[in-house]
Design a protein around this ligand. Structure first.
Ligand code: PSV
Ligand code: MN
Length: 388
């Protein structure tokens, strides 16, 4: 099998973007629990995200969500990020929390509401220009709850038209990534339910438009790594929103519910040339920490991605190709499983130490005193959360 030493240089290229909203409070429709030390504003969210990078070296950028992360000065927020050793990354639009969007945003039949949603995306591009962000991530809650509620084809045509207007505003080095999701909050149909619809829309837009794959946005049993393979093959995999799920869009810690699935996804990423600093695929988290502490939740998440990346890099590709060519079904499968079952944690700990990082980032964060400090300091104000 491939040795850890031979894959270590590739691990250095790993960069995972953190979602600012993971540091705010979140919950379900039943309850959002507050927790001591939760950030009150985007500056405090960025400070917390910087802790994840400090202890892991894996998370150099933070994604923002607009309007949750509206600030008076993005250059101040950018400077704050840089002072803390991180940068600002993807800008996420949000057309799912305004009363006007009850029946849709960029697909709405009312031109006024459509224009409002398009203008929101223009405002997001203005933010990108100030933060030097590359990607505008669009996820739409648009859809219907009942058959016959609206004309699905007309909505698809309006989607095309709205996306074209947004796309036309992008700068030369900017991209649009379109995220799909098969249900929720709409329950009968959504306007971008699957990778095929996202692909059809972004392919019509042009080279700067790509698909975003959120691992929680598929029906149970979907072979997500097949989608990864296909989008890489088509040159249209722009980004991941990583998280894990047992039932629906649970937004749990990536790799927690199904580490083997994460391994399989990362294996196809590597196989398809999607891994590495020049691949153009953005690795982001999209998670909520409803009951666990948020900063350690993010540390555990990036470590899970690193661990499964290392295991996927260990797959002996030459031996696998030979077994496949011979039709050696069990031999080929055995080569993949050997890599998956390899415990890389001791090697990763030693490798981290050799690069001046803590061998155990979870323990290092716990010992740092940061959690106690924010819990003592952040008294008063309104804790950030979905909508705040
Ligand atoms: C929708 O479920 C989604 O995955 C989109 O990426 C949103 O921006 C995000 O969740 C909010 O957490
Ligand atoms: Mn997402």
């Amino acid at each position: 099998m491939t040795s850890f030493a031979s894959i270590a240089p590739q691990l250095e290229q790993q960069a995972i973007e953190l979602p600012s909203w993971a540091f705010g409070n979140s919950g379900t429709r039943f309850k959002v629990f507050g927790s001591p030390g939760t950030p009150r504003d985007p500056f405090e969210k960025v400070s917390d995200a910087a802790q994840v990078n400090k202890h892991t070296g894996l998370a150099p950028t933070v994604a923002l969500h607009i309007p949750w992360d509206l600030v008076d000065s993005y250059s101040d927020l950018k400077k704050h990020a840089e002072d803390n050793g991180v940068g600002l990354g993807t800008i996420n639009s949000n057309t799912f929390q305004d009363d006007d969007y009850k029946l849709g945003s960029v697909t709405h039949s009312d031109p006024r509401i459509r224009q409002k949603a398009i203008d929101h995306h223009f405002a997001c591009i203005d933010v990108m220009n100030e933060t030097d962000s590359r990607d505008l991530k669009i996820w739409l809650a648009d859809g219907t709850n009942y058959p016959g509620q609206d004309d699905m084809r007309a909505r698809q045509d309006r989607l095309t038209d709205s996306l074209q207007q947004i796309y036309a505003r992008l700068g030369d080095d900017q991209r649009l990534v379109l995220e799909y999701k098969f249900f929720e909050p709409a329950f009968y149909h959504t306007d971008v339910p699957d990778w095929g619809t996202s692909y059809a829309q972004v392919a019509a837009l042009g080279d700067k438009a790509m698909v975003c794959l959120d691992t929680g946005h598929h029906a149970p049993g979907t072979n997500i790594e097949f989608i990864v393979m296909q989008l890489l093959r088509l040159g249209k995999l722009g980004s991941f929103d990583f998280n894990s799920r047992f039932y629906a869009d649970d937004d749990l810690i990536v790799g927690a519910a199904d580490p083997f699935q994460l391994f399989r996804i990362l294996s196809e990423v590597i196989r398809g040339g999607g891994y590495g600093s020049d691949s153009g695929v953005a690795f982001m988290l999209d998670q909520c920490h409803n009951i666990e502490k948020k900063i350690p939740g993010q540390i555990r998440s990036v470590l899970n991605v690193q661990e499964m990346t290392a295991r996927a890099l260990l797959v002996d590709r030459d031996a696998l190709a030979a077994a496949q060519a011979e039709g050696d079904v069990l031999g080929a499968n055995g080569i993949v499983m050997d890599a998956f079952y390899t415990d890389v944690r001791p090697d990763l700990a030693a490798w981290r130490e050799s690069r001046g990082l803590p061998a155990d980032p979870m323990a290092a964060y716990k010992a740092s005193g940061y959690q106690e400090k924010i819990e003592a300091d952040r008294v008063g104000g309104t804790q950030a959360g979905w909508g705040a």
